[in-house]
Ligand binder design. Structure first.
Ligand code: 13P
Length: 294
């Protein structure tokens, strides 16, 4: 399975692959079940902290077990990797996609650090004859994967500039580019995420097909905007908060409804179903159903 081929097919056929975060084995199981039922390729992701909780080698082993059991193309991605050491550990564990988030640096330093990661990964690919996707990030993505009750405020300077996007892609050599176009991490109860689709089209025009465009903060964005963003070139959509909410609310309900229940798989089975339902709904919006290439 070549992760670049999977995204290339999505780019050519104008659908997107979902990147879904997991921090427990049953959330991963729910994502895989949704992918299986819809015959979709899927990106399964851990942030550094999520990987720390599952265990980075354990996360890779679980995903490999699911690949063998389902024959699905499952790409294991390090989400918002910020530290070169963590990236090395993820690659050593068997991750086949790395998102390096250098967006907290100034532009020049973001280019320098991202290019360093790209060079390292290209060496690994040559040495081990494998394919690893590298994603860079340009722009400042606000929020966190949680329910935020303040008003979402995105400043004009947070947004990805189309001219800078081309320069960034050329100087870093990344495969994928995460853009900031009005998206943010998490769900905002007092405002709505509104995508600047015009800016996205300008970015796409500037970079063409040389990179896969990525939309982070996939929770809480109106479905129609996500569909339009895919028409305008988005190939990967990251979702975390909506899965977390489905998981938590289901467990809360189970514990409340059945206070005497102590069997973990009984408490957690409805949570698995709730997460699976959200993932299947997202996959429907992304248009990746039936696109699994074995
Ligand atoms: P949400 O939590 O808003 O879905 O964003 C997830 C994400 O972008 C992970 O990188």
């Amino acid at each position: 399975m070549d992760p670049k081929e999977i995204l290339k097919k999505a780019q050519d056929e104008k659908y997107a692959i979902g990147s879904f975060n997991f921090s427990t084995a049953e959330i991963l199981k729910a994502i895989v079940a949704a992918a299986k039922e819809t015959n979709s390729p899927a990106i399964v992701s851990t942030s550094q902290k999520e990987a720390d909780f599952v265990g980075i080698r354990e996360a890779a082993a679980l995903v490999e077990a699911w690949r063998q059991a389902t024959k699905l193309p499952l790409i294991l991605n390090l989400d918002h990797g910020k530290d070169q050491e963590e990236i090395r550990k993820a690659i050593a564990a068997g991750y086949n996609a790395i998102h390096f988030d250098g967006s907290s640096f100034d532009y020049k330093e973001n280019v320098r650090q991202t290019n360093k990661v790209v060079k390292y990964i290209r060496e690994v690919e040559k040495t081990f004859d494998c394919s690893i996707l590298v994603e860079g990030e340009l722009g400042y993505l606000r929020g966190s994967s949680a329910i935020n009750d303040h008003v979402l405020e995105i400043k004009p300077e947070d947004l990805t500039s189309p001219e800078q996007a081309l320069d960034f892609v050329e100087k870093t050599g990344i495969d994928s580019l995460a853009v900031v176009i009005g998206n943010a991490h998490g769900i905002f109860t007092k405002s709505e995420e509104k995508l600047d689709l015009e800016r996205l089209s300008q970015i796409k025009e500037a970079v063409g097909d040389r990179v896969f465009l990525v939309l982070h903060g996939g929770s809480g964005i109106p479905e129609n905007d996500v569909r339009k963003a895919i028409e305008s070139g988005i190939v990967k959509v990251n979702v975390n908060t909506e899965l977390r909410i489905a998981y938590k609310e289901s467990i809360e309900k189970e514990l409340k409804d059945k206070p005497k229940e102590t069997t973990p798989y009984k408490i957690l089975s409805p949570a698995l179903d709730a997460v699976k339902k959200v993932v299947k709904e997202k996959m429907e919006v992304l248009g990746c159903g039936g696109k699994s290439i074995n």
